[in-house]
Write a protein that binds this ligand. Structure first.
Ligand code: FES
Length: 393
């Protein structure tokens, strides 16, 4: 596999000047990720989507740089616990972004099917009282956990497939093939009024491409190929029955907490239930190493984040200025593989994005302390010689 530096951006000139470098794969020849996939979707209340007027082929790697509206919406809605993304519905013909005077259709989707539509969303919509009221909508958690027994579903179903090739060619190669296969299958089944396929910006992690979000359920599925098109259509048109083979591609659901996602997985496959520790709150010892090499062994509670532990124990460099909302990267730390890889879930797409702003980012080691929880498995890893390293303060 070949990797290249895709971009280099100068941030914060003056006091803390550093260069941001992210690396992107240039190869589409990656091994398929083994199934079932890690269920690592960060808990989000719902999903805000902006419909861009340009197709994914015109999108730059970082869409927020090309759309001030998307950037502003992202800042506002993420504070409300929403995920934010952009998609193309096939109707716009702009050749590049940004365009002046951004006014796009937008939607707020919640996992119980509640949808708020904004035909003309623009910057001042973010001050609109009604929009902010919608953003605070709380979906019904009991309804959201339910899965269908297999009856036919009425109403439009949507499949948002990531085809964001400027971000990573795996997304456009695998996502593009899936989009084409789905559209063909929808035609063949005569389901054009029942199912729509959209193209969405980066989501789910490039190595798991093709990634797709289903609406209205807001389930995320990964590691899909064009061959999955018939099964995927059947999955959504029959109400996502528990027997569906597509469940092993499930990464999580927007609008549910990690515990609720774990419970849902238990309904789908009790034998593969996600471990939910019944010992949350128990006191354990974990070990950090400062940038200067000082070892700090501290008390921690199972279930707490590494950021919480760091702050409670006054560890240097773990600032956490955004309070764990994935908006600052000041909780950056390293989990280097020492003997065995650290037993922590894969970073979410939001965490990966924010890690792009971490100073002294290390591929395969960097994590955000606000997103990594203390588990018995992590404690055991530390007992066996693993260590959490802190960056330069
Ligand atoms: S505390 Fe801000 S991203 Fe972790």
């Amino acid at each position: 596999m070949q990797w290249i530096a895709k971009r280099s951006v100068l941030l914060q000139p003056g006091i803390r000047t550093f260069q941001l470098q992210r690396f992107y794969s240039t190869s589409a020849q990656d091994d398929p990720w083994p199934l079932p996939l890690p269920r690592s979707l960060a808990a989000r209340q719902g999903l805000f989507l902006l419909a861009l007027p340009a197709p994914p082929s015109a999108w730059p790697a970082k869409l927020e740089f090309a759309s001030p509206l998307l950037s502003a919406a992202s800042q506002v809605f993420k504070r409300n616990g929403l995920a934010v993304n952009a998609y193309y519905d096939g109707s716009g013909a702009a050749e590049h972004l940004p365009i002046e005077e951004e006014t796009y259709p937008a939607r707020l989707l919640f996992p119980d099917g509640r949808t708020f539509e904004y035909p003309e969303f623009r910057l001042d919509s973010l001050q609109d009282h009604n929009v902010m009221r919608d953003a605070n909508y709380k979906p019904d958690p009991v309804k959201a956990l339910a899965t269908s027994s297999g009856r036919n579903v009425t109403g439009l179903q949507e499949i948002f497939v990531c085809t964001h090739g400027a971000r990573d060619c795996r997304c456009s190669d695998r996502g593009g093939s899936l989009v084409a296969a789905l559209r063909k299958e929808i035609e063949r089944k005569g389901a054009v009024d029942a199912v729509a396929v959209r193209e969405i910006a980066h989501v789910g992690g490039h190595k798991y491409a093709a990634n797709a979000i289903l609406a209205p359920s807001l389930d995320m599925l990964s590691n899909l190929t064009a061959e999955h098109a018939p099964a995927l259509l059947s999955h959504i048109m029959t109400g996502r029955p528990l027997r569906s083979s597509l469940w092993k591609h499930w990464r999580g659901r927007y609008g549910l907490t990690e515990e609720q996602q774990g419970e849902l997985w238990h309904q789908v496959d009790p034998g593969e239930a996600q471990t939910v520790s019944n010992a949350a709150g128990s006191s354990v010892r974990i070990r950090f190493e400062t940038f200067e090499g000082d070892i700090k062994e501290v008390n921690a509670r199972l279930g707490d984040s590494l950021l919480q532990i760091g702050k409670e124990n006054g560890l240097p460099s773990l600032e956490g200025v955004c309070g764990g909302n994935l908006e600052c990267a000041t909780c950056h730390l390293y989990l280097p593989p020492t003997g065995s890889p650290p037993p922590v879930p894969e970073p979410s797409e939001e965490e990966l994005d924010m890690l792009g702003y971490a100073i002294d980012y290390r591929d395969g080691q960097s994590r955000l302390g606000c997103q990594v929880k203390v588990t018995q498995e992590l404690v055991k890893w530390i007992e066996d010689g693993g260590i959490i390293k802190l960056p330069r303060y």
